[in-house]
Design a binder for this molecule. Sequence first.
Ligand SMILES: [Fe+2]
Length: 142
Amino acid sequence: MTIAWDNRFSVDHSTIDAEHKTLLIIINSIEMALRHPDDKETLLYFVNLLYEMAIDHFRYEEELQTKHAYPHIDSNSEGHKHLIIELNRIIDEIRIIAKKPIIDTDDVLQLRKYVSFLANGWLLAHVIQEDLKMKGFIAGKY
Ligand SMILES: [Fe+2]
């Protein structure tokens, strides 16, 4: 099931919110790609896009936080490192399944679990647990 953007995810910063929305849209696109599991090219396209976008997004946040001396920058950048490790682990698992000549229903179920984790345990945990701490501090700072 895809996840809709909700204003309670907003950190009141147009660029960061736009990037979080993009990450959510990419994860939703991965979920939609799983509706056609034989189309591995589309699945892997969005998985690779998620990785590139996540790296760019974390870099942008850290540069912005450094520029404005954000007080939680250390815990935030530690969090990003952990998120990248988790993302790499999940992407590796998705690639292993995608290499199989035939994707069966168990594989699709497993892939759906990974995508659900990416949406809820990975992205929303990042936004809600870490980035919302920036709300108020980062507004109007570019
Ligand atoms: Fe973020």
